[in-house]
Design a protein around this ligand. Structure first.
Ligand SMILES: Cc1cc2nc3c(=O)[nH]c(=O)nc-3n(C[C@H](O)[C@H](O)[C@H](O)COP(=O)(O)OP(=O)(O)OC[C@H]3O[C@@H](n4cnc5c(N)ncnc54)[C@H](O)[C@@H]3O)c2cc1C
Length: 440
């Protein structure tokens, strides 16, 4: 079993962006992709709404994203489908289709989804023999034939436009009279001579011999048989992320994973981005935005988890994960006060970077009574004794501390007698050093 900080599942725009940021942050990360990298970009002809590129083919954008992430050192493993994600304490275990396993502190799921099928007779039988879900992949096989596109959204129109390069005639079949596609796409496609819209209509059956030859369409209560050599279906999309989990992961009624604004799912350490996540727009821009947020949060989560694990090795993984979710990070410049003597004690802290001086007021003014270095925790005295802070703690170098509120602190110590004992011992040692005053 190989250990990583972060495993990214899926190599589309979201996964490659997550990988780029993780590699630039020097994280020990790996990306697993079931097929070739690029995701849906590989099935897209032209992208004309990705800022910076007025028009770029999906394949070219995929290649650029892959090369960019690789340049910064991301480990990418194509043709490596992930079968399952499970939890083992605060580790996530990733089981591959080939049976091998990996462990990671955090996982970013960017597995997109798959096309929704029509579910009519002939569709499955002729899949690959005239029924297709990807014009860019298969369109060129149908040069000079009469083709049909099923659907009324952006994908149907974009794919339809691509197919007009090959189709003699193109029928656009949609179950409603109005189309959902952007107006610019509608104007372009419906303005073409070889295109006929068949609405409101539904496909009832697809048939042929060795290849698709016809489809039956129901319109206004009667069935029409239309001669076609290829039927291209773009009626929607089914996210696949939740199927990777045995344990419950929150999703909406259509199966899209639910996250908060940091792309966190309900499982600590598991993030979801891009098309597999519940959101308004399934676009390249949103996929890359999601991924940026997820990695930045995951990086912090992993650091905090490692610090907590080092500081409280006896605490259960559930408690550690729970407290990490509650924690905030605070940064201080050298000279800034972290805790002030006399202030109410409302939080517990762990120093992750920097250094600080613990100071107390005495008859001869303020004096240093001890120092704090990375890995040390402080602030427990006031919380345990219910008194104000008994010392001032001032950063002596640029410092970073993890801050846990009083409720989180109680949760931490009440769930482990060893932790409680250790925090209490530390308090007693500190009190002995500072002359018995309680509070910090
Ligand atoms: C025809 C078409 C045209 C489009 N046109 C545009 C456009 O013009 N502009 C735009 O912004 N967006 C467009 N989109 C949408 C855009 O492509 C998606 O929003 C974007 O690709 C989502 O990125 P993603 O990384 O979330 O998912 P995807 O691109 O779907 O990538 C998911 C990846 O995860 C992999 N995967 C799945 N399961 C596993 C597993 N178990 N293990 C490992 N890997 C796995 C898949 O193989 C895939 O490579 C279009 C989409 C389609 C279908």
């Amino acid at each position: 079993m190989a250990d990583h900080d972060l495993v990214i599942i899926g190599g589309g725009p979201a996964g490659l962006t997550a990988g780029l940021y993780a590699a630039r942050a020097n994280m020990k990360a790996i990306l697993f992709e079931a097929k070739d990298i690029g995701g849906e970009l590989l099935n897209t002809d032209l992208i004309e709404d990705y800022p910076g590129y007025e028009s770029i083919t999906g394949r070219e954008l995929a290649e650029k994203m892959g090369a960019h992430a690789t340049k910064f050192g991301l480990k990418i493993q194509p043709y490596s489908p992930v079968k399952k994600i499970s939890s083992d304490g605060d580790w996530k275990v990733i089981t591959m289709e080939d049976g091998t396993t990996h462990r990671a502190h955090a996982v970013i799921v960017t597995v997109g989804g798959e096309p929704i099928k029509l579910g009519v007779p002939g569709e499955e039988e002729f899949h690959g023999r005239g029924v297709s879900y990807c014009a860019v992949c298969d369109g060129a096989f149908f040069k000079g034939e009469d083709l049909a596109v099923i659907g009324g959204g952006d994908s149907a129109f974009q794919e339809g436009l691509f197919l007009t390069r090959f189709a003699r005639k193109l029928s656009l079949v949609h179950r409603r009279t109005d189309f959902r596609a952007q107006a610019i796409l509608q104007d372009r496609l419906l303005g073409m001579e070889q295109v006929t819209a068949i609405t409101p209509a539904t496909v009832k059956e697809i048939g042929g011999d060795t290849q698709v030859r016809w489809m039956d369409v129901e319109r206004n209560g009667s069935i029409e048989r239309i001669s076609v050599g290829g039927v291209f279906v773009f009626i929607g999309f089914k996210p696949v992320g939740r199927h990777l989990f045995d344990e419950h992961i929150d999703h909406d009624e259509n199966g899209y994973l639910l996250t908060d604004q940091y792309m966190r799912t309900n499982i600590p350490g598991v993030y979801a981005c891009g098309d597999t996540r519940a959101q308004l727009a399934k676009q390249v821009t949103t996929a890359v935005g999601d991924a940026t947020t997820a990695v930045l949060h995951a990086e912090r989560y992993i650091e905090e988890l490692k610090h907590m694990r080092r500081s409280f090795p006896e605490a259960t993984s559930e408690v550690l994960e729970r407290e990490v979710e509650r924690m905030t990070v605070k940064r201080y410049l050298a000279g800034q006060t972290i805790i002030r003597e006399g202030d109410p004690a409302d939080s517990f802290m762990i120093m992750t970077k920097g250094a600080a001086s613990v100071r107390q007021n005495g008859p001869n003014g303020e004096r240093e009574v001890s120092t704090i270095k990375p890995g040390d925790f402080f602030g427990e005295i006031g919380l345990l004794s219910g008194t104000p802070r008994n010392a001032t703690i001032r950063a002596t170098a640029p410092s970073e501390v993890l801050v846990l509120d009083a409720a989180g602190f109680r949760d931490l110590i009440e769930n482990s007698t060893e932790t409680k004992q250790r925090v209490q011992t530390s308090m007693e040692e500190r009190l002995a050093k500072v002359g018995g005053k309680t509070g910090s």
